[in-house]
Design a binder for this molecule. Structure first.
Ligand code: ADP
Ligand code: ZN
Length: 520
């Protein structure tokens, strides 16, 4: 019996089988039904619309707000021989016209479009003349004003359903709690769509984070001592660092191999082969290693340096324990890592918006590292999935760190974000909390707010830690388009109302006692 979807999956994409609910989702959309898909980053969302687009007649239209991702996807698809293209503001008029011609001529399998472009009267009437296989709405949480990625144009995407009621639509996101999910379904007219919600939880992974002592290699060796003879991956920040860590591990008698994009391709391939085929190899690698590596019995993933974001961390650690057996993920971080990564981002070639986004992500990851909360609860919270905490399988649960009651500090912080109108970054809000009289404070009259000066018991650095942890656990969101302005989330309510307690790691000393706080 041949299954055309499975056949394409193997033939074009080279994967042996479907993951999670991919098969059901592909079936739903290919047969003409609507779908709302929630899947973690790295879960394999793209195939959920790419395969139906190839299986149905016509071109699959993919709405995507992120130009960089659009280009990466199209590049990858073309390499697989799929006829894919994108239309966005980076194209000149002639190239855009050529792609429109290909669309009308039925020469495209997939077309990625920015929402503002799709919604122009001109493009919509062009679509009337094209054959459309499906509409995929990527990053569907952009329709929600609660999210940090709110895009007003997403609200107008209902026009697709109105004008093409018979063409299936699939909306996808990696970030959506239940209220956001409801909002997506409502705003996109997808109430009747079948919902596919994957959990982000990996219960067999044990999470650990340690503060780096020197270069962190001695701590790494201690960690590896508990995993003798097992296969695992050690991620390091740079190629140089990969080489040096691999050498140090080898010198300690560990079967370690290096892997990074700067190595001779044949050595790299040989190392990868050994890792896949032999037991007990420790691959020391940059993040170049891992894409498409599907080794089920990876027993640990260690980050000897800080990764770039919680999403990246989740994805890299996700390579451990795919067989469902217990596996351990370990991360060591230090201030030097933060400095390195900040520099890397700031000196990069990305635009300002992208840089702000990346800096914000780094901050959230740092907040995760510093958190005293159950790691699983924090990670899942970042992806909008509620978890009761006390998982019993992370360092903070197994060995609770010294911490202080941050409930009051968190309430002050959230309340100050609210009172200042949810349009400022942490720097200004901390000034207001600490009762500073900067020009900005005076200009906005923030010294007249009830929250002005209620936080003078903590210093600015301690407040930064508080804000990082609030962002990291999804209690605040940074709005990338508005200079990192902090906004409340649906999860902020219980903290503001005093219904949820929070604890912060002891590095930030307890606030001085006896100070009366003014109404928060
Ligand atoms: P998402 O969009 O959900 O973040 P992607 O669609 O980019 O995830 O997929 C993440 C990675 O998983 C990609 O490298 C992709 O090739 C791989 N992948 C997706 N589906 C499968 C599958 N069925 N088998 C093996 N690898 C897969
Ligand atoms: Zn836990």
């Amino acid at each position: 019996m041949s299954d055309p979807a499975l056949d394409l999956l193997r033939r074009i994409f080279g994967h042996p089988g479907f993951r999670g609910e991919q098969a059901q989702i592909v079936e739903q959309v290919t047969s003409g039904g609507d779908a709302l898909v929630l899947m973690p980053t790295g879960g394999g969302k793209s195939l959920c619309y790419q395969l139906p687009a190839l299986l149905r007649e016509g071109c699959g239209l993919v709405v995507s707000p992120l130009i960089a991702l659009m280009q990466d996807q199209v590049e990858g698809l073309r390499q697989l021989g799929v006829r894919a293209a994108y239309l966005n503001s980076t194209l000149d008029a002639a190239s855009a016209a050529d792609i429109e011609r290909q669309l009308l001529a039925g020469e495209l399998d997939l077309l990625y479009v920015a929402p503002e472009r799709l919604l122009t009267a001109r493009f919509l009437s062009l679509l009337e003349r094209a054959r459309i296989a499906l509409f995929a709405i990527d990053e569907a949480h952009c329709v929600s004003q609660w999210g940090h990625d709110f895009r007003p144009e997403y609200r107008q995407l209902t026009v697709l359903h109105e004008r093409w009621p018979d063409i299936p639509r699939i909306a996808l996101t990696a970030t959506a709690d239940a209220p956001t999910r409801r909002e997506i379904a409502e705003r996109l007219n997808l109430e009747d769509a079948r919902q596919f919600v994957s959990s982000f939880d990996r219960p067999n992974l044990r999470y650990r984070v340690v503060h780096k002592d020197g270069g962190g290699v001695r701590q790494l060796l201690d960690f590896l001592h508990g995993h003798r003879g097992e296969s695992g991956i050690v991620y390091a920040f740079s190629r140089k660092r990969v080489e040096s860590v691999a050498e140090q591990l080898q010198a300690s008698g560990i079967d370690a191999l290096p892997y990074h994009a700067g190595m001779d391709a044949s050595i790299r391939a040989a190392n990868q082969r050994r890792f896949l085929q032999q037991d007990g190899i420790v691959m020391v690698a940059t993040i170049a290693f891992g894409m498409g590596i599907d080794k089920p019995d990876v027993r640990f993933v260690a980050h000897v340096d800080l990764p770039k974001s919680i999403e990246g961390y989740y994805q890299e650690t996700g390579r451990a324990g795919r067989d469902g057996e217990a596996a351990e993920v370990w991360l060591s971080y230090g201030l030097g890592d933060v400095v390195n990564l900040r520099q890397l981002i700031q000196q990069g070639e990305a635009g300002e918006e992208r840089k702000r986004l990346e800096l914000g992500k780094l901050d959230a990851l740092l907040g995760y590292c510093e958190s005293t909360q159950c790691r699983r609860q924090a990670l899942l919270g970042w992806f909008g999935e509620p978890h009761a905490g006390a998982c019993g399988n992370c360092d903070n649960c197994l060995d609770p760190p010294r911490s202080w009651d941050g409930t009051e500090a968190a309430r002050k912080a959230l309340s100050c974000v609210y009172r200042t109108g949810q349009r400022f970054g942490a720097g200004h809000i901390i000034d207001v909390l600490r009762g500073a009289s900067t020009d900005k404070v005076q200009q906005w009259g923030h010294d007249r707010l009830s929250t002005w000066g209620i936080g003078s018991d903590l210093d600015a650095q301690q407040w930064r830690g508080v804000f990082r942890q609030l962002v990291a656990s999804g209690l605040l969101e940074a709005d990338v388009e508005h200079h990192g302005a902090l906004r409340l989330t649906v999860a902020s309510g219980p903290v503001l109302r005093g219904e949820r307690e929070l604890r912060f790691r002891h590095e930030a000393p307890k606030p001085a006692r006896g100070r009366k706080s003014r109404g928060t």
